[in-house]
Design a protein around this ligand. Structure first.
Ligand SMILES: [Zn+2]
Length: 86
C-alpha cells in the first residue's frame, strides 16, 4: 500500500468512525492525544493506526489501564472491519 493510499484509508476510517476533526501525525511511536484530537502513528503501520483509533473511540476508565476489555472489543471490531478493505 502506498503512502498516499494509506492516508486515504486512514481518512475514510476517521470519517466512518465519527472522528471528524482528528488528524494523524507521523511519529516514531503511537499515541492518542484525546484533548488535541491527534493520533501519532508510525508511518505505514496500519494495525497501530487502528490501535490508536480505538483509543480515540473509548474512554480511559482507569489511569494506567487503557487496554481494557471495551478498548479490546473496539480494536477487534476495527481490525475485522477495515483490515480486509486494504
Ligand atoms: Zn494503546
Amino acid at each position: 500500500m502506498t503512502t498516499a493510499s494509506l492516508s486515504e484509508w486512514q481518512t475514510r476510517i476517521l470519517l466512518a468512525e465519527g472522528l471528524e476533526g482528528w488528524t494523524v501525525r507521523d511519529s516514531p511511536d503511537g499515541y492518542c492525544w484525546k484533548g488535541r484530537k491527534l493520533l501519532d502513528v508510525i508511518p505505514g503501520d496500519a494495525a497501530l493506526f487502528l490501535h490508536e483509533v480505538a483509543h480515540a473511540l473509548v474512554p480511559i476508565l482507569h489511569q494506567g489501564d487503557q487496554h481494557h476489555g471495551w478498548w479490546g472489543n473496539t480494536y477487534t471490531r476495527l481490525v475485522r472491519q477495515y483490515m480486509r478493505s486494504m
